[in-house]
Ligand binder design. Structure first.
Ligand code: 1CP
Length: 363
């Protein structure tokens, strides 16, 4: 792997940052580290700022988005910011009635249960995204050499919320719809892929340095169902995002899901530069499964941040070491920061990743 070592470089712009370099498999100054859900519930300064504002309102307020996105960068010294938003936001902006209920998650007023419901879903108009462009532009100006990651929800994971009507464990209604209404399923996922591409394109045009497609719940599918009924639509998101110039991608693409051990080769194949891996598969094994040509992101178990310091340190070392088997490694959790996490544990993990890189560089 190229995670730190002889080819030490230091970045002066986000396009030249360790995050972007690691994503593309180039030499890095040190292993870049950021944490999914780094902006959010674990930070007291976040809770203070968000008090009295509904989640989905906050996501459309450039002042709040800018400040909340910057908070973890200031506090933890992470190597990337991720835009404060939620995967359901493009649907909300397009006019779908969704609320994020505290302690529950996204709740859809009128779930999608029929072919007619699919056809009635509104399309996302890029003209509705001024708040997003404003937030990204301000953040890029504030962040200097630190890259900003934009993101969108993948078609499958968004479909689970639309069909179930809210969070779900088994996603049984979603799968039943997928099997029973294959044509409507394809139309639904095609609509969601178009919306995700428009949404990501707006973020790229406004200046994000990388994008992540969250297909958090794709791991509930068999490899065959994923390959035939879902992957083409996720690939369409990356394809639809397009390139600014022929043959050259604007920004690196991270593709992430939970419980995707059996899907790892396919997750990369959708058009990613980086495959996000949860904590179940060690990164050296994940590197074998995704094959050459991809970097990895992950994969500390978020629960380890709740454990004692000795365990935390041992696990950070293990993940960092196993990440060296990959073409490039972006250190992260295997899924988002858990709500009860002590922010001090996050800061400590970030410092340790940086220290391991520095030690390796001095070898
Ligand atoms: O990472 C960050 O710091 C940026 C903020 C962010 C991101 C990337 C939020 C804020 N949401 C997301 C993406 C998101 N939202 C995903 C993909 C990532 C993941 O798998 O965790 C998913 C599945 C959602 C859906 C969602 N939104 C849930 C999960 C519910 C379920 O099905 O179990 C929840 C709880 C939310 C609400 C939400 N989103 C974000 C925050 C800070 C919150 C909590 C808000 C509140 O409690 O009021």
């Amino acid at each position: 792997g190229t995670a730190a070592g002889a080819d030490t470089v230091s970045s002066t712009s986000p396009a030249d940052s360790d995050l972007v370099r690691a994503a593309l498999g180039g030499p890095v100054g040190r292993t870049p580290v950021w944490f999914m859900r780094q902006a959010g519930r674990s930070l007291p300064e976040y809770r203070e700022l968000r008090a009295g504002t509904a989640m989905l309102q906050a996501c459309q307020d450039p002042d709040l988005v800018t400040e909340i996105t910057l908070q973890p960068v200031r506090r933890h010294g992470v190597d990337a910011a991720i835009l404060f938003s939620d995967i359901v936001l493009p649907l909300v902006v397009a006019g779908v009635d969704i609320e994020i209920k505290p302690g529950v998650g996204p709740v859809v007023a009128e779930p999608v249960r029929s072919v007619a419901d699919v056809d009635a879903l509104p399309d996302l108009d890029p003209g509705q995204l001024d708040f997003l462009t404003t937030s990204v532009s301000r953040l890029v100006a504030e962040l200097g050499a630190t890259p900003l990651i934009g993101f969108a929800g993948a078609p499958f994971t968004l479909a689970t919320y639309l069909i179930e009507g809210g969070p779900s464990k088994e996603h049984a209604r979603t799968k039943a719809f997928m099997y029973a209404e294959p044509e409507a399923w394809q139309r639904l996922l095609a609509k969601l892929s178009l919306s995700a591409a428009v949404y990501l394109r707006a973020q790229v045009d406004a200046g994000v340095s990388a994008v992540q497609l969250f297909d958090s719940w794709a791991g509930v599918l068999s490899a065959t169902d994923y390959a035939t009924r879902v992957l083409p639509h996720s690939r369409a998101v990356f394809d639809g995002l397009g390139n600014r110039s022929a043959g050259e991608r604007d920004v690196p693409r991270i593709h992430f899901g939970v419980g995707t051990g059996e899907l790892l080769p396919l997750i990369g194949d959708a058009g990613a530069d980086v495959v996000g891996v949860d904590w179940r598969v060690p990164l050296d094994e994940a590197a074998r499964r995704v094959g050459p040509g991809y970097s990895l992101q992950g994969n500390l178990d978020p629960a380890v941040l709740l454990a004692d310091r000795a365990t935390l340190e041992a696990e950070v070392r293990r993940v960092w070491r196993q990440g060296r088997a990959a073409r490039g490694h972006i250190f992260n959790l295997g899924h988002g920061v858990l709500p009860d996490t002590d922010p001090g544990a996050i800061t400590h993990a970030v410092e340790l990743v940086h220290q391991l890189s520095a030690e390796a560089g001095a070898e």
